[in-house]
Design a protein around this ligand. Structure first.
Ligand code: ADP
Ligand code: MG
Length: 244
């Protein structure tokens, strides 16, 4: 394991040393009209740097809520989330936004591309509000390279409507990776795709993981997808357990 900047690179079977996440007693409740729903019920979880983890479980079990905690998109009701050794509760909203932008890539089931922007512009949009010192030509070059890396070097100027679902998800993956995040979080990334495309996307995610050694956490309904991960978690009624 060697580290270049914040990016861990896998060599051979060497195991990463650090801890990506440490969750202690994480509870998340939501108010729904006049009742309280417990989405996470006291989750204790350690995820080492560079692990590829699948998260499975029934609808409403708390998978997306867990990903929101890991992505610093929301704060727990109680308990603590440490990311790279830092307690996220100590960071203000602005620091959390900066952390998210710099260190975490997100991929969603519905791709979440901006429909009026080309593939290249969608990937470049990851730089909005950051990397302001870098010249636009350099950001454009990095975005183009990220699209080439996901096999879309010949689709830079296409709009999302001119791309297949699988291609749109590749654009979303390029956007998630263009800033070299330490972590990739994917919420049902193959949920909207047919089987062949599903296989291509999971191959791509697995390839990213093994080439870059980043931490990858994939929520999936699909056992076939989950079996590609190093570790499988099951979450039901807000409680997480390791699957064998
Ligand atoms: N923003 C929200 N407001 C109210 N309730 C929510 C919200 N997000 C999730 N929930 C509730 O929390 C529980 C867990 O949801 P979620 O994490 O989305 O599960 P999953 O992704 O496994 O389907 C569900 O009962 C859901 O209705
Ligand atoms: Mg969900």
């Amino acid at each position: 394991m060697t580290t270049t900047g914040s990016i861990a690179v896998r060599d051979g079977d060497a195991r990463p040393a650090g801890t990506a996440y440490r969750l202690s007693g994480v509870t998340k409740t939501y108010r729904q009209k006049n009742r309280t729903v417990t989405a996470l019920a006291g989750v204790d979880l350690v995820i080492p740097d560079g692990q590829m983890v699948a998260v499975q479980g029934p609808t409403g079990g708390g998978k997306s809520t867990l990903l929101q905690m890991l992505g610093a998109l929301d704060r727990p009701t109680s308990g603590s989330v440490e990311f790279g050794g830092h307690d996220l509760a100590r960071l203000g909203d602005r620091a959390l936004t900066e952390l998210r932008a710099a260190a975490i890539g997100f991929v969603f089931q519905s791709f979440n591309l901006i429909p009026t922007l080309t593939a290249l512009e969608n990937v470049q949009s990851a730089f909005a509000g950051s990397a302001a010192n870098a010249p636009v030509s350099e950001l454009r070059e990095r975005a183009a390279t990220a699209l080439e890396d996901v096999g879309l070097g010949d689709r830079l100027d296409h709009l999302p409507t001119e791309l297949s679902g699988g291609q749109q998800q590749r654009v979303a993956i390029a956007r998630a990776l263009v800033k070299d995040p330490a972590v990739l979080l994917a919420d049902e990334p193959t949920g909207a795709l047919d089987e062949t495309t599903r296989d291509e996307i999971i191959d791509l995610i697995e390839g990213v993981w093994s080439a870059r050694g980043i931490t990858v956490i994939v929520v999936t309904h699909d056992s076939w997808v989950a079996r590609r991960a190093e570790r499988r978690l099951h979450i039901k009624q807000g409680q997480v357990r390791d699957m064998q």
